[in-house]
Design a protein around this ligand. Structure first.
Ligand SMILES: Cc1cc2nc3c(=O)[nH]c(=O)nc-3n(C[C@H](O)[C@H](O)[C@H](O)COP(=O)(O)OP(=O)(O)OC[C@H]3O[C@@H](n4cnc5c(N)ncnc54)[C@H](O)[C@@H]3O)c2cc1C
Length: 286
């Protein structure tokens, strides 16, 4: 492995692997360093991998919308084979429910500006096209200790925004591996089971990193895509002083309900709601 790179990328999650691919394509000699054994093994592998464009900033909407096209033509975007196969884009569309929060108004403004295709559904259309949904509105949110937490609502949702181009990726870890292979095809390198312990600086500039085993690797550019650990890495670089947003890695227990294959692709399938409720009931009974 080279002890020098044009750009060191701390992290090989889906973002780190994608940055490596884009930089390597542009001729940078990249090196991703990750403490885990493979690309996308951290939070990326736990992601639901939903690809949506309904963000509240124009930049967020524009970037996510551009992503639709890469996901839809993934093999063409990568331009390489992967011995593990390619991740698949499930282009099922997404729904953003319209509520009194007004979030959808910010989204729609950016959608029109950027040119994202969408349909605005009235409450009646929402009921007709998604009969499994409870269309009651529960805004403003109540805390579980509020005596009215379980109250049924009389209010109805205002409608929904359907974005046909969105969907989800069937395997986010595999998508990261695909990006790794694509970066490697352009000369990018990946170092796994290696922890960055220090970011070295000289004359006010970053000059490289030192790993926990003492190995020093030099680079004029160090990119921090360490996921939930990015604040710790920013601290290594002495770069937290002007950060408005700080992060803290946390583990949170998540429950999963297996409702796959219950007819979700056909919302008119009455069977779905019955079987869905069965699954939930079985889960409740443990
Ligand atoms: C339960 C869950 C559901 C989600 N659902 C969605 C979704 O539906 N749609 C969506 O867009 N996003 C979703 N996300 C968010 C999405 O997973 C993340 O935004 C994305 O995976 C971040 O990728 P990343 O490459 O930035 O970071 P990560 O995947 O966190 O990768 C960072 C890597 O950095 C490495 N690292 C950290 N510190 C060091 C160090 N000092 N030295 C070496 N390596 C280091 C870690 O080992 C890790 O592999 C979800 C996340 C979770 C947890």
């Amino acid at each position: 492995m080279a002890k020098r790179a044009d750009a060191i990328i701390i992290g090989a999650g889906v973002i780190g692997a994608a940055i490596a691919f884009e930089l390597a394509k542009r001729g940078y000699k990249t090196l991703n360093i990750d403490k885990l054994p493979a690309s996308g093994y951290g939070p990326t592998s736990n992601s639901c991998a939903i690809v949506r464009a309904h963000y509240s900033s124009r930049e967020g909407v524009a970037m996510a919308y551009e992503g639709f096209f890469y996901w839809k033509d993934w093999a063409d975007y990568l331009g390489v084979e992967d011995e593990s196969g390619l991740a698949k884009y499930m282009n099922c569309g997404t729904l953003l429910l319209e509520s009194q929060t007004g979030h959808h108004e910010k989204v729609l403004k950016h959608y029109r500006d950027v040119g994202v295709e969408y349909e605005e559904w009235s409450p009646e259309q929402l009921k007709e096209r998604m009969p499994i949904f409870d269309t009651h509105a529960f805004y403003p949110p109540k805390r579980p200790d509020d005596p009215h937490f379980w109250d049924q609502s009389e209010d109805e949702l205002m409608g929904a925004i359907y974005t046909p181009g969105s969907g989800y990726v069937n395997d986010p870890q595999l998508a990261s591996h695909n990006l790794q292979r694509a970066a490697e095809a352009h000369g990018g390198e990946f170092l796994f089971r290696a922890t960055v312990a220090e970011i070295r600086r000289a004359d006010g500039r970053v000059v490289g990193v030192t790993l926990s085993d003492g190995l020093e690797i030099d680079a004029p550019v160090v990119i921090n895509v360490a996921g939930p650990h990015l604040d710790i890495v920013n601290e290594m670089a002495g770069a937290t002083g002007d950060m408005n947003v700080r992060t803290k890695p946390l583990r949170h227990e998540v429950r999963m309900f297996d409702v796959v294959g219950c007819g979700i692709q056909n919302p008119r399938n009455d069977d779905f709601s019955v079987r869905h409720l069965d699954v939930l009931e079985n889960q409740r009974r443990g």
